[in-house]
Design a protein around this ligand. Structure first.
Ligand code: NAP
Length: 249
């Protein structure tokens, strides 16, 4: 087993995940750059630094998840931090105009197959990866799990009729709301183990997920997930927050 703590970030070949990987490496962790296409992960890992390694990991493919867990066990012997970052905003083909994607996000019209694809990645993928990595995380001296949620999935905020986000509260946001609930379920189940499970909202960040329409940089978007990933023994579990503090569920 190596001395340095090891972090796995899913979907770390680009966007917020890549920045989280860079920041965790800067904090002295060995970083495993999860990527469904290994070559994209290898390129990204080079940009993260010398102690970063690409790991093929498609969060919707159980064989891929199991192989990643086995590789982490055999090559690194430990896993201290899991950041469930991989996510998709829609199941439309590449090149579909953003306005059309927003329309296809409505649960009144979205094809059920597309609804399922988003949930497979954003919801079931997180459960599958977390379950597979838990044996390693349980062995870690200070296991941390950070999920990437969205303030757009806050039921409290969207229940307010004056909230303009209600117009686009559809399949993607609902999948994030489900992820918020799942985070709490893992946090409660692991409370006695010392493994802290929290969910961070990066804010509206300029990435491929939103056609780079986001108003925040990836550096800003990564801050809260990274803070939670390296939080100390007195830190909380079962919380939902962004850079400004707690976000209502
Ligand atoms: P992004 O640049 O599109 O990155 C998404 C990452 O997830 C990519 O690396 C992508 O890999 C990966 N991914 C997608 N499906 C996957 C799968 N089945 N298995 C493994 N990896 C998969 O978007 P981002 O904005 O950085 O998103 C990161 C997280 O932040 C997501 O969970 C997103 O929902 C959340 N978030 C983003 C915003 C925002 O404003 N950007 C706001 C709130 C929450 P490929 O390169 O192979 O596609």
């Amino acid at each position: 087993m190596q001395d340095k703590p090891v972090a796995l970030v899913t979907g770390a070949n680009k966007g917020i995940g890549l920045q989280i990987a860079k920041d965790l490496a800067a904090h002295g962790l060995t970083v495993l750059v999860g990527s469904r296409k290994l070559e994209n992960g290898e390129t990204a890992a080079k940009s993260v630094g010398e102690d970063a390694y690409a790991v093929q990991l498609d969060v919707t493919d159980q064989d891929s998840i199991d192989a990643a867990a086995e590789r982490i066990q055999s090559e690194f012997g430990r896993l201290d931090v899991l950041v469930n970052n991989a996510g998709i905003s829609h199941a439309s083909k590449p090149g579909t105009p953003f306005e059309q994607i927003i329309l296809s996000n409505s649960l009144t019209t979205a094809p059920l197959e597309d609804v399922r694809k988003v949930w497979e990645t954003n919801v079931f993928g997180v459960i599958a990866v977390t379950q597979a990595m838990l044996p390693l995380l349980r062995e870690a001296p200070a296991g941390r799990i950070v999920n990437i949620g969205s303030d757009g999935g806050s039921l409290t905020r969207n229940s307010d009729p004056t909230n303009p986000h209600r117009a686009v509260f559809g399949n993607y946001s609902a999948s994030k709301t489900a992820l918020h609930a799942i985070t709490l379920a893992f946090a409660f189940a692991l409370e006695s183990t010392g493994i802290k499970v929290n969910i961070a909202s990066p804010g509206f960040t300029s990435t491929a997920l939103n056609n780079f329409n986001g108003t925040r940089s990836v550096e800003e978007g990564a801050r809260e997930p990274v803070r939670l990933a390296i939080i100390g023994p007195d830190g909380p579990t079962g919380t939902f927050s962004d850079e400004d503090g707690p976000v209502p569920w």
